[in-house]
Design a protein. Structure first.
Length: 78
């Protein structure tokens, strides 16, 4: 896999960056769930790398310790 450094990504590069299968990627994109898609000619979709990376990292999984602390804080405040 080659390093992708472009700011603007083709669909092929976006697939490589996300690691998604093409069919899943197309489904998410059709539902409007993948941000940063631009169609300057009305047909071909290009993706903003930074927006795509931010979206991929937007919901980090909490560690068990963080979940326990949040639960304890919730219980003590309610």
């Amino acid at each position: 896999m080659e390093m992708i450094s472009n700011k603007v990504l083709s669909k092929k590069q976006a697939l490589e960056l996300t690691g998604f299968k093409e069919s899943y990627f197309d489904k998410l994109n059709a539902l409007g769930m993948i941000p940063g898609c631009s169609k300057p000619t009305g047909k071909t979709c290009f993706f903003d790398r930074e927006i795509l990376e931010d979206w991929l990292l937007s919901k980090p999984k909490q560690t068990y310790k963080n979940q326990q602390t949040a639960a304890a804080n919730y219980i003590s405040s309610h």
